[in-house]
Design a protein around this ligand. Sequence first.
Ligand SMILES: O=C(O)C1=C[C@@H](OP(=O)(O)O)[C@@H](O)[C@H](O)C1
Ligand SMILES: C=C(OP(=O)(O)O)C(=O)O
Length: 447
Amino acid sequence: MHASHDHGPTPRRFLPAGPLRGRIRVPGDKSISHRSIMLGALAVGETKVTGLLEGEDVLATAAAMRAMGATVERQGDGSWSIHGTGVGSLLQPVTALEMGNSGTSTRLLMGLVASHPITATFTGDASLSHRPMGRVIEPLSQMGADITASPGGTLPLMLRGLSPAVPITYRLPVASAQVKSAVLLAGLNTAGITTVVEPVPTRDHSERMLRGFGADLWVEEEGGIRTIRLRGEAELRPQTIIVPGDPSSAAFFAVAALLVPGSDLVIENVGLNPTRAALFTVLRQMGGSIVELHPREVGGEPVADLHVRHSPLTGVAVDPALAPAMIDEFPILFVAAALAKGRTVTTGLEELRVKESDRLATMAAALTAAGARVTEQEDGLTIDGTGGDPLSGGAYPVATKLDHRIAMSMAVAGLVSQGGVEVDDTAPIATSFPTFQHLLDSATGNR
Ligand SMILES: O=C(O)C1=C[C@@H](OP(=O)(O)O)[C@@H](O)[C@H](O)C1
Ligand SMILES: C=C(OP(=O)(O)O)C(=O)O
């Protein structure tokens, strides 16, 4: 696995191109794909998943669940079939669980292992090995897991689970769906009620899917604070899951179509869970024409086709309260801001510094190199846009730091530049969106 990363970087210069026209479909949602494999792997019987994202991050989750006893197979028709072990019956993996570039795999699987009587070692690539795991080590240790991490609470780490584990009430100190999910997943094999208090709502795919698999989970909301309770020793029932298209992947095409003159694009089947869809709200505030066609429900999640047309954009001050619902979309929002008229101000984005790269520093450097006017603050970027004129582009490759979202964002910046933008390494794109370059080439007519 991760073969593309073992053969050195794969640079590419993204040249001015477009317009984007026609209809496209982006791959399945990454968050929902991870969770469908994990919960399927805990349900006795066959779970069927269609539309699964076949990106490296999700494949790392699939390999880990196999290593712990589940059967996870791709069928001839492209659907996935999972036969689970049952909650409480995960097996001790024989070798280290290789998490590659994936924070979601690591943190959620640490939760699962924490309440099983097994020991697992978690390893990751250079990017993941810098990311903070203390945020999950803390609550999982309270539940009884014994965790030995590398200095700074990083990978590689070894986790010895405890069964029976101790049910806890945990108030999230950071707005993180991964921490919330780690505690809830640990709660599945824990007698009693595990409670997570969420002062700021984050993506709720775990809650929706746990309920769908038959777990006893309920949510109270008071004054914007969500309290999620899960009754442990759950018996999960296998499900048929249809994974909607990933709004975080659609985001690159939505922004590209808004920015490239003459574009008129329909992105089909985009998941629009309100805990995920704030980028589209902000782009509309900036003047973007994004219309939701045929709103419907797919697999318990709201979905629509997005009709996006080229629009002149105006800078805005982005409400920091929206950040959790667009947390992975800031790199591409910064590209939109760089082409907008006037100033865009973002704040409250400290979390971006601990993603696959420090996304504030990496985007400030990359956009500046491409000719944009960017100022970096501790908790956000301020960007003075061109008013629609193309960026100059740059002669030298921009550093993407093993971060797929930086690579895709700067690819879109290349489309709206004079000289193109060279991305130093496109290989990480395969972690979340393996068909990105093919789709971009076909939507821009560069077949
Ligand atoms: O739960 C999830 O599936 C995710 C949660 C977010 O991370 P945090 O929980 O660290 O905010 C997000 O950035 C990540 O891409 C996926
Ligand atoms: C932050 C991301 O993913 P993860 O935390 O799973 O590595 C992302 O996909 O932008």
